[in-house]
Design a protein around this ligand. Sequence first.
Ligand code: ARG
Length: 459
Amino acid sequence: MKLWSGRFKENTSELMDRFNSSIGVDARLYREDIEGSLIHSEMLKNIGLLTNTEFQEIQEGLKAILLGIENGSLTFDPEDEDIHMAVERLLSERIGAAGKKLHTARSRNDQVAFDLRWYLKKEISKTKELVHDLMGVLYERALEETGTLMPGYTHLQRAQPIRLAFYLMAYFEMFKRDFKRLDNAYGLMDELPLGAGALAGTSYETDREFIRNRTGFERVMANAMDAVSDRDYLIESASVLSIGMMHLSRLSEEIINYSSKEFAFFEVSEAFSTGSSIMPQKKNPDAAELIRGKTASVYGRLVSLMVMMKGLPLAYNKDMQEDKKQIFEALADYQISLSVMTGMMASMGFNRENMLRATSEGYLNATDLADHLAKKGMPFREAHDVVGRLVAHGIKEGCALEEIDLSVFRELIPGADEEVYEVLKIENCVESKRSRGSTNLESVLDMLNRAQEWLEAVK
Ligand code: ARG
C-alpha cells in the first residue's frame, strides 16, 4: 500500500509505478535524507510534537536503517517511489506507530530540496579539491619548465615564442576561476529549504533555526514557496561545471594536437593512453578525447535543466524529479575528468627540443623586430610593413629572418646594424616582453610565486 493512497480507490497501474519511481536515481541521497530526518525529529521533540520515547525509537530506527544501507544489508524495493518514501517505509516497518509521526511538519517537497542542496554542497566541496589538485600539478610542471621555449599560436598558426611554464600557467588561471566559480555557487546555495512544508510553510511552531544550526547551512530560506520551487542552484552548478569542462576540453584538444607526430611537443604517458585493436603501432590520447567528449554531455545536462525549469509554474512540479540524474551525471563526468587530467598532466612528457625547434621556423620573431624599429622611431605601421617585406624575402629565399644578410636589412631599414640579429634571437624575443603578466622569466617566476601562495592559502 502506498503511503499516500488514502484518497485512492483503485491501484495505480504497474506501468505508472515504474514511470513514477525515482529510487534508482535518488537512492544516493540516503545519507542526507536520513540525517535530515534525525535532525527534524529532534526538532519535533524539542517543540513537543514527539514524546521522548517516540523520539528515541525514531532515532534508533533511522540509525539502524543508515547502517543497514551502508553495510549492504538493507536494499531498496524497486516499488519504493523515491528515497524519502523508502526511508519512511523502512522506519514504519521497523518501529511501527512512531515512524508514522516523522513526516509531521514536513513535505517531500522541502525534503527533496533539502537533501539535494546538502548533497550538492558536499559534492561541490569535493570538486573544489579536485580542481585544486589539478592546479597543484600544473604548478609543479610549470616550475620545471620555466626554461622551455615553445611557439605560441593564434589561429593555430605560429605567432610568438613563449615559455612552456607560461602556457601551463594560463590554464592554471582558468582553473583558478573555475575554483572560484564553484565557491560562489556554494555560497549562493547555502540556504536551508527544510521547514518550508509543501509550499506555504507549516502550521506548527517549528524551529528552522535549530535545523539550520545542526545542518550547517548558512541561512534559512526566506520564502517557503521559493524554497520548494526553485532549482537555480542546480542550473548554476551545471553551468559552473560546463565552464570547467570547457577549459578541460580546450586543454585536451591541445594535448591531442601536441602529442601527434605533426607537433610532437607532448608525449602522453602510457598510463593515460590506449592502443588500437588493429594497428599495432598506435598509442592514442583517449583520455583527452574522452574529456572532450564528456564536455558535450555536461553541456547537454545544463541545457536539460534550463529547459526543464523554464515554464514551470510555482511551486513543486514532478518535472523536477528529472533534475537529479542531470546534476549527478554532470558532477560525475566533471570529477572524473578532473582526476584524469591531473594524472595525465602529472605524467606528461614534454619534448623540449621539438618545441624549441618549432620556435625557429615560422618567423615568430617578426613582431619583435617591428617593435624594435618602432622603438627606434619608425611609426609602427611602417615598421610592420618593412618587416613584412623581410618575411616575404625570407619565404622566397627559404631562410629565417636572422639568416638574411645585413645588406638586405639596410635596403629597407636605413642605418640597420648587427643589433637586429640580437633582437631576432628567440630567447631575447621572449625576454623582451616587459608588461606585467607576460612571458619573460621574471614575470613567469612571479606568477609561480603567486600561484604557490594561492594554493597554500585555499588549502
Ligand atoms: N521524488 C520527488 C522528486 O525528486 C520528491 C518530491 C515529490 N513531491 C511530490 N509532491 N510528489 O522530485
